[in-house]
Design a protein around this ligand. Structure first.
Ligand SMILES: Cc1cc2nc3c(=O)[nH]c(=O)nc-3n(C[C@H](O)[C@H](O)[C@H](O)COP(=O)(O)OP(=O)(O)OC[C@H]3O[C@@H](n4cnc5c(N)ncnc54)[C@H](O)[C@@H]3O)c2cc1C
Length: 493
């Protein structure tokens, strides 16, 4: 099949190609994104029919969502021919019906064929695929369209990282000299950088909303609650509820920052990623609690903008979620040469925000002995200790579903499992809310997989073929099992 992309200098891009045969191609290319000002997260192409180019996704979003012009622009892009081995070429390509601007007609006796609760990237991906398949589709959103990724996640963070990458380049005298460039001290305007990230998020949010409206998805505003099988209510606080029925329902309610007990978030000096992305301040010294990909990306931004960073990590090594080999290399490149120090094997058991001229105070406790270990005084603390599913108030008790640490239990087809271990008919959960793989493009792929199933084509998503990336400078990308995981995987088998 053919793929069109634009090539630039040093940027690594992961591409994944899902074929109906459920095999996936992964390419790593020295490539940059189309016209975005932020680094691209991943680009996946669903080869469902010959018009696959319209399925190009950014962070799980459709090509149209970030404002890309598909066909006309694509001619300018480099063309790559990917020839699948004959044995894995699908015999019969699944056809996708043309988009219906009238949003189909619902199956008899239901208001909709499909209702999705939550208009993040997971819900958006599912909605667009559903109308392409001719389903009468509605999406219920309690806040703003775009969810975490567009408003408080991938998009603004990648916009800030695009700035940090350029700052690093401009600050690299040796590199500039080698290019024959003379650059005076690089500086930045904090508010303008913050505005850039915010404007990009709102542009993509509008594009996302418009793409759904254009295809005829009904966007229903209000918090959604499941009342019983195939029935939900939604509504705004202070207004009467609306009750609707649907043949199938997808829960796509996403996640929120997880803040451990003992940590007091004031949104100014003790913050989560939600606050940090607004870049209201660039603290001189910031402690980042948690060294996963979110903490690592923020360390890249903060150090490029002049902050000193201290990581606090509960496990014995930094970046515990990464393959140890990658972790070691990343430490050499991303931590050691920068103004970053760290405490590992400790919990931040108490964090008190700055007040009355006093700094933020962080009490560290030894993770093994549980004895107090140290106290830090810093200008700000960013809590990057993971994400918690947002499933409260969804009415899961009305259908006998019990969450597991807040996550909705699902099988490999994203079908919801009830408290007795039985599948709940016509109910699915995708994205961060099921906890299988908390990434934007995974949420979107799960949504598409569910739509395939409800329209009569069995489909199981292979999560091992979904790539993940950390958009530091340089970037880290990975796919499949780590060495450690693969050992336990094969022992279990
Ligand atoms: C700082 C940061 C950077 C990230 N960077 C990347 C990245 O580079 N690449 C990547 O792949 N992923 C990244 N992620 C992760 C990514 O944002 C999430 O995996 C993704 O947004 C999950 O999508 P979702 O559709 O499951 O949920 P969400 O995007 O969280 O959307 C859920 C939506 O449901 C709505 N909702 C919730 N409950 C209800 C209800 N009862 N009724 C109605 N509406 C409801 C919410 O308001 C929200 O709009 C990042 C996350 C963060 C925090």
């Amino acid at each position: 099949m053919d793929l069109y992309i634009q090539r630039d200098s040093n940027h690594l891009l992961s591409l994944s190609f899902s074929l109906p045969s459920r095999r996936t191609y992964i390419l790593s290319l020295s490539t940059y994104i189309f016209q975005m000002q932020a680094s691209v997260s991943s680009l996946s192409i669903s080869y469902l029919n010959s018009t696959f180019r319209s399925n190009i996704r950014f962070c799980g979003l459709r090509l149209e969502a970030p404002g890309f012009q598909s066909d006309a622009q694509l001619n300018k892009y480099q063309r790559i021919r990917i020839v699948p081995r004959k044995s894995i070429l699908p015999k019969r390509l699944v056809s996708v019906s043309a988009s219906t601007s009238d949003n189909g007609s619902p199956t008899k006796s239901f208001d909709y064929d499909l209702v999705i609760i939550g208009a993040g990237v997971g819900g958006h991906g599912a909605a667009l695929h559903a109308v392409e398949k001719g389903l009468k589709t509605a999406i219920v959103e309690g806040d703003v369209v775009g969810g975490t990724c567009v408003n408080r996640g991938c998009v603004p963070s990648k916009a800030l990282l695009a700035v940090s990458g350029r700052m690093r380049e401009l600050q690299d005298e040796h590199h500039m000299k080698a290019l024959g460039l003379q650059v005076a001290a690089a500086g930045y305007d904090r508010q303008a950088v913050a505005d850039h990230a915010n404007n990009l998020a709102s542009k993509i949010r509008n594009n996302l909303t418009n793409s759904m409206k254009a295809l005829g998805v009904d966007i229903l505003t209000g918090f959604g609650t499941i009342l019983g099988p195939q029935k939900i209510k939604y509504g705004k606080v202070g207004f009467p509820d609306n009750v609707i029925t649907a043949k199938d329902i997808i829960i796509a309610t996403g996640s929120v920052p997880f803040v451990p007990k003992g940590i007091e978030v004031d949104g100014k000096t003790v913050i989560t990623s939600d606050h940090a992305l607004k870049l209201e301040v660039v603290p001189d010294w910031v402690a980042i609690v948690g060294s996963g990909y979110i903490g690592l990306e923020f360390s890249d931004v903060y150090t490029a903008l002049g902050s000193e960073v201290t990581f606090i990590e509960a496990l014995d090594q930094l970046m515990p979620g990464f393959d140890p080999e990658i972790g070691k290399l990343a430490q050499r490149v991303l931590i050691n040469p920068r103004k970053i120090d760290y405490h590992t094997g400790v919990f931040a058991t108490k964090i008190t925000p700055a007040e009355d001229g006093k700094p933020v105070i962080i009490e560290l406790t030894d993770a093994k002995t549980k004895e107090p270990k140290d106290t830090l005084e810093v200008d700000a603390a960013l809590i990057a200790t993971g994400r918690a599913p947002f499933t409260k108030g969804l009415g899961l008790e009305n259908i006998n579903v019990e969450t597991q640490r807040g996550f909705v239990p699902v099988d490999e087809r994203m079908r919801v499992i009830d408290a007795n271990g039985n599948l709940v008919p016509h109910l699915y959960c995708i994205g961060d809310a099921n906890g299988k793989m908390m990434l934007a493009h995974a949420a979107s792929a799960q949504g598409i997989s569910v739509v395939e199933q409800v329209t009569g084509r069995d489909h199981v998503l292979n999560h091992l073929s979904i790539p993940a990336a950390c958009f530091t400078h340089p970037e880290i990308s990975m796919v499949g099992l780590t060495e450690v995981n693969s050992k336990s995987f094969y022992v279990i088998m």
